[in-house]
Ligand binder design. Structure first.
Ligand SMILES: [Zn+2]
Length: 325
């Protein structure tokens, strides 16, 4: 075997080691546990179009999750009632930090302050302390991951993005078309509701996103055969930490009583329906996140694993050849 062949095999071998050493972080949740579900999430509010968005979701009978900012709640007194309206609509409230700063440029204390002050203002306004948190722009490195895990928070990422914030300079219709590009490719064209699930990122503070995009997203994804769920149903962990006292949700469908799925001392087994009240964890200790990983692994991930295994085998051949020659 020629030395350059051996070297190229060795390069593949080393690349495969590097890839294998960096598995997806199981603490970061970017997909649901149930195939055929989509968690529609709206960030950066409560904003000026919140009432309009809630009306749309009610008309479409879709439950969503709102990752809100503490600063948005504090800055606009009129929005103080928004959190209760979101809960009254059967939606889930989650945290997106207080100031929307970059968590990877903060100290651990600053992160904890961002999280606790947001939790406090949400509790003051709506009686809830969120168990789900999305770091601004998804910036959540090792320290952030540790802080959030210590606090029992579900580190909420996404696997499909409208990118709506990128298109706000365009005319509303053009912005909507651009925001549908990734949805059309990843969900409508390339996915299968029998095996796939999504956490979808949108922002409620952009007018076109509420005026036009939200309905387009809902209609297209519904037609593809998916069902919209809250993050709680998507992930299977309660919406709120202990000490939360959210107002009762008035169910649209009277079949399901609005009782909280709280189990003393343990994490409540969550089997929510679209009309059930969100549940509260009785303990703020973080349950193992590893049980969440891989429940709806996409086929590409399996293919990538197969490629890695092949590269490993080739690398071993190269190493053996190198030793022999
Ligand atoms: Zn944001």
């Amino acid at each position: 075997m020629k030395i350059n062949t051996i070297l190229s095999f060795s390069a593949i071998f080393l690349a495969s080691v590097a890839t294998a050493a960096m598995p997806d972080d199981p603490n970061k949740i970017d997909t649901c546990t149930k195939p055929g579900t989509v968690a529609l999430t709206f960030d950066d509010g409560p904003g000026a179009y919140n009432d309009q968005l809630l009306a749309l979701l009610a008309r479409k009978k879709v439950k969503a999750t709102f990752f809100v900012l503490g600063s948005m709640i504090a800055e606009n007194a009129q929005q103080a009632g928004a959190l209760k309206k979101i809960l009254a609509g059967g939606h889930q409230l989650a945290s997106h930090s207080y100031s929307h700063g970059n968590f990877d440029k903060m100290t651990e204390d600053q992160m904890r302050q961002e999280i606790s002050s947001t939790s406090d203002i949400m509790f003051q306004n709506a009686g809830v302390r969120p168990a789900y948190m999305r770091a601004p722009e998804g910036n959540c490195g090792a320290v952030c991951t540790k802080v959030m895990t210590d606090l029992g928070l579900v580190i909420s990422h996404w696997n499909v993005d409208t990118n709506d914030w990128r298109f706000t300079a365009l005319a509303p219709q053009a912005a909507t078309e651009q925001s549908m590009v990734e949805i059309n490719k990843v969900i409508i064209q390339d996915s299968n509701p029998a095996i796939d699930s999504f956490i979808l990122l949108e922002h409620e503070i952009h007018k076109f996103s509420v005026d036009l995009l939200a309905e387009r997203v809902i209609d297209a994804i519904t037609a593809k055969g998916y069902r919209f769920v809250t993050m709680e149903e998507c992930v299977g962990k309660p919406s709120y930490l202990s000490g939360s006292t959210p107002p009762p949700v008035t169910p649209v469908d009277p079949v399901t009583p609005p009782s909280a799925n709280t189990t003393a001392g343990t994490v409540a087994p969550v089997v929510p329906t679209a009309t059930s009240a969100p549940s509260i964890v009785a303990s703020s200790v973080a349950p193992s996140a590893t049980s969440l990983a891989g429940a709806s692994v996409k086929s590409q991930d399996n293919a990538a694993g197969f490629v890695r295994a092949g590269a490993w085998a080739m690398g071993l051949v190269a190493a053996a050849a190198y030793a022999l020659f």
